[in-house]
Design a protein around this ligand. Sequence first.
Ligand code: ZN
Length: 650
Amino acid sequence: MHDDFNYSGERFADIQILRYRLNGFETLTLEQKRYAYYLAQAALCGRDITTDQFGKYNLRIRKLLECLYIYKKGVSTSEEFRELTVYLKRIWFSNGIYHHYGCEKFAPGFSEEYLRSLIERVDASLLPLRKGETVEMMCDELFPVIFRPDVLPKRVNKADGEDLVQTSACNFYEGVSQQEVEDFYAAMKRPDDDTPPSFGLNSKLVKDENGLRELVWKEDGLYGEAIRHIIYWLEKAQVVAENYQQKKVIGLLIEYYRTGDLRLFDDYSIEWLQELQGSVDFINGFIEVYGDPLGLKGSWEGLVEYRDEEGTKRTQAISSRAQWFEDHSPVDDRFKKRRVKGVTANVICAAMLGGDEYPSTAIGINLPNADWIRAQHGSKSITISNITEAYSKVSRGSGFMEEFVIDDAARLMIRTYGDDCDNLHTDLHECLGHGSGQLLPGVSPDALKAYGNTIEEARADLFGLYYIADEKLVELGLLPNHKAYQSQYYTYMLNGLMTQLVRIEPGNKIEEAHMRNRALIAHWVYEHSKGAVSLIRRNGKTFLLINNYETLRQLFAELLAEVQRIKSEGDFLAARELVERYAVNVDAELHQEVLARYRQLNLAPYKGFLNPWLKPVVDADGNIIDVVPDYSESYEEQMLRYSREYGFLS
Ligand code: ZN
């Protein structure tokens, strides 16, 4: 049965859909399953919120296309209908009309005339029309957004020197300039408040005839229709929670959704951190701020998870020794934490993904985000083993290693140790890397400005790269021998120097923080390696050759020390120099070669996940007596069902 599981779903555009399997879900108790089921319902109820946050017109466009798709499905085989289908699938994937990763607007492969002709043939009562709105008015509003490349072209614009609020299409602000937003929130800060709420996290900021004000996302506020459903399922979950602490956590979350009070969100986060006993856990709320160019507004997301007991032994072996790792790291003593606090690291299986985590999801998450909570109470970090499992299963047999890895010996090494090393590197990055080190007194956490994210990711990655080669990990039984780490060094350098370029369009630079970080590390090390790392030509193709792995480790240590210094001292100029020199630019010739080699493998650069359909088994009295995951749904079936069952916003 294990081997029969079908991890691969369909492909379209630059996307491959995968499935993840709920390993061991059947061994949870009935109460735990019911708890997970109710939380899973809550995780799906916010889908429309995320879509609306990612662009003002997203929901209407999605609904319009769904309506046309259902009308024409199975009838039309025209090229334009195929293109319309791809466009709709991309909207589902990205929660809107912008690329989930690059943030640029999709260019539809069908014409305005075609769309209009379909709309005219559909029964108008099925179209997403507002009260009093004609079909013509709807087309006038939506067509420029869909078809004109110059209208709202980017969801999140971070280009230096522009008004980032006015040039970003995300739906967090209306009628305001960047300056007005910055002033509005600066005025809320109190210098003497050492437990400041995350101002702006759960609201849209608008300016109209009533002045500048926040429309708060809460039960009787903006997105109330969806939030009421979230609360409904949270209340059911609260009744069957595994322990008192979980009930308390859910109670605070409900109170926060009711009132919109950000101090309650902080109370909730602190209690959530302290819930460590249960097997089932969750994330539900306005969490990550990457979708806002100013990093204030939280995108809605949901996740339900249960502990992977085997994997968790691995992370606990690391996290329980966090102080040892801190003390032995190669950074200057002034930048080390005297006492590392509250690092909780779990390996978990996802049971449901929602909102900003669906279908494209993270493989590691570390929360909460509020700096003062992290400093005073620590953080909870997870790595998602059934997601990494799915990635690994589908990558085998893809031909990728045969094309890009230099020889059989290197391939064998990666096949033998690659999965273990990847998991371990993610654990080190999430549970130790981000939590390590400290700022010098008086240094602002924002001192590195736009370079901050890249430097922070590099710091966490380097911490992992340095330690994955440490004797300590073999001693702890986390790696089988002293050479296994070399697999990680090879794949990391290969990715940073070459293969991650498959995600970049010809002529573009590297923008995304994680990609910049990997390029930074790989290129800096390459340049300083004195031949320990080289790129050689064989049969007209470029390959990575690593001659000396010990040298590589020394270089990772050196760069970690420097990156930590930059962060601890807030050395903006040095951050800019490092990032601009090593992390941004692309060698056009190598890029072209990598793209060509990748293209002939016919693989998708981005992947995302179908959810299982969690089906309750009910007895004659209506009691849930079991919950069983069903994996048979297709991508479009799932998306259309979600739109029907969880489409709470108009
Ligand atoms: Zn990270």
